[in-house]
Design a protein around this ligand. Structure first.
Ligand SMILES: Cc1cc2nc3c(=O)[nH]c(=O)nc-3n(C[C@H](O)[C@H](O)[C@H](O)COP(=O)(O)O)c2cc1C
Length: 357
């Protein structure tokens, strides 16, 4: 029977445990370039079975939040190389989460020349933080035309290659939480009448093509994907055929042979049954995430509902989370006021259990 401490060989990865560090934006990448404090942060957490980084923008248009990193320039590749070297030197494994924010953006957060893009020109309700003016309403997106759709996919492919150049073991396509890839999946945000919209086959096409082409570039055994059926975060809405959309998508992703599907369990009561159907249709390695503690994770693995469990917030305040799960040491609580603040406070200053004693 699998436990949190069972090793797992999957795709190109050999993982020493089933404990994944979930992707978390921490907004320390001033100017969109990874730095030494980030290398320290990730290296402190290298005992995770697998680290998935914070969302990383594949192209300038994808960088909608303040101080998040990218992966399109030489300087960014070099910055990430210092991060992956530090993690590998500490014995870890690390995947880059490629996150194109699409319409979840504000002009003030975008680099020079970038624009807010989406499948259709549907502005997201709600606000986002900017360093210059504090919280601001989301900007109005431009609908991607046919050529720009292909360019956006090419951007993911280039970033996947850059990720390998920078020493990442894998990439994770962020098709969850209301960002560009999920914006294509939902009829609320995707109102296109070309090949990339309309019925289920049309709405999943952008995600499937992105998965196919990044897999062709760096190997399907190094491309994972994150999905969040029934997500309503970032002004996403529920729709009638959520279950069949994700089952069709999972089947197509399974045919490509992707490294894993990483499912975020949303609070919707239908989420667990859809997760099981997605896992079955995909047929490969499954990561589950969302509000897990050690006990529930062990029960989930024992029941065969997941191969790996990802922990987000617990990794913020417990760099040695794996050791604490083993020893039974109590977990420290993270301080939400420093989740997205610039600088090292609340980032690299959480001690391990041994240091705290
Ligand atoms: C500070 C913070 C930043 C996050 N940033 C991302 C992100 O960049 N990409 C992503 O897919 N999820 C992101 N998430 C969601 C987490 O990956 C995870 O799904 C969520 O925290 C629930 O898991 P948990 O209960 O183990 O924390 C973020 C969560 C937090 C708390």
């Amino acid at each position: 029977m699998d436990t949190l401490f069972s090793p797992l060989e999957t795709g190109a990865l050999a993982l020493p445990s089933r404990i994944v560090m979930a992707p978390m934006t921490r907004s320390r990448a001033i100017g969109g370039v990874p730095n030494d404090v980030m290398a320290t942060y990730y290296a402190q957490r290298a005992s995770a079975g697998l680290i998935v980084t914070e969302g990383v923008a594949p192209v300038p248009d994808g960088l909608g939040y303040a101080r998040i990193p990218g992966l399109w320039s030489d300087e960014q590749v070099e910055g990430w190389r210092r991060v992956t070297d530090a993690v590998h030197a500490a014995g870890g494994r690390i995947a880059a989460q490629l996150m194109h924010v699409g319409r979840i953006a504000h002009e003030l957060n975008l680099p020079e020349g970038a624009r807010i893009v989406a499948p259709s020109a549907v502005t997201a309700a709600g606000q986002m933080y900017t360093d210059e003016k504090g919280p601001q309403p989301h900007g109005e997106p431009v609908a991607l035309d046919a050529a720009a759709v292909e360019e956006a996919i090419d951007g993911f492919v280039r970033a996947a290659r850059h990720a390998r150049q920078a020493g990442f073991d894998a990439i994770e396509l962020h098709a969850a939480n209301g960002y560009l890839l999920e914006q294509f999946l939902s009829p609320h945000t995707n109102r296109r009448d070309d090949d990339y919209g309309g019925d289920i086959e049309g709405r999943i096409r952008f995600v499937v093509e992105t998965a196919k082409r990044t897999a062709a570039a760096i190997g399907a055994d190094r491309v994972g994907i994150r999905l969040s059926p029934y997500n309503t975060f970032n002004d996403m809405r529920l729709y009638d055929d959520v279950d069949s959309t994700y089952v069709a998508l999972a089947k197509a992703l399974g045919e490509i042979g992707l490294l894993y599907v990483h499912l975020v369990l949303t609070p919707d009561e239908r989420a667990p049954s859809t997760a099981r159907r997605v896992a079955e249709a995909f047929g490969g390695t499954v990561i589950l995430n969302g509000g897990f503690d050690r006990e529930r994770a062990e029960a989930t693995l024992a029941a065969g509902d997941a191969d790996l469990v990802a922990f987000g917030r617990p990794f913020i305040a417990n760099p040695d989370l794996v050791a604490r799960f083993r020893s039974g040491d109590p977990l420290a609580e993270p301080d939400p006021s420093t989740f997205y603040s610039p600088g090292p406070e609340g980032y690299v200053d959480y001690p391990s259990a041994g240091e705290a004693r």
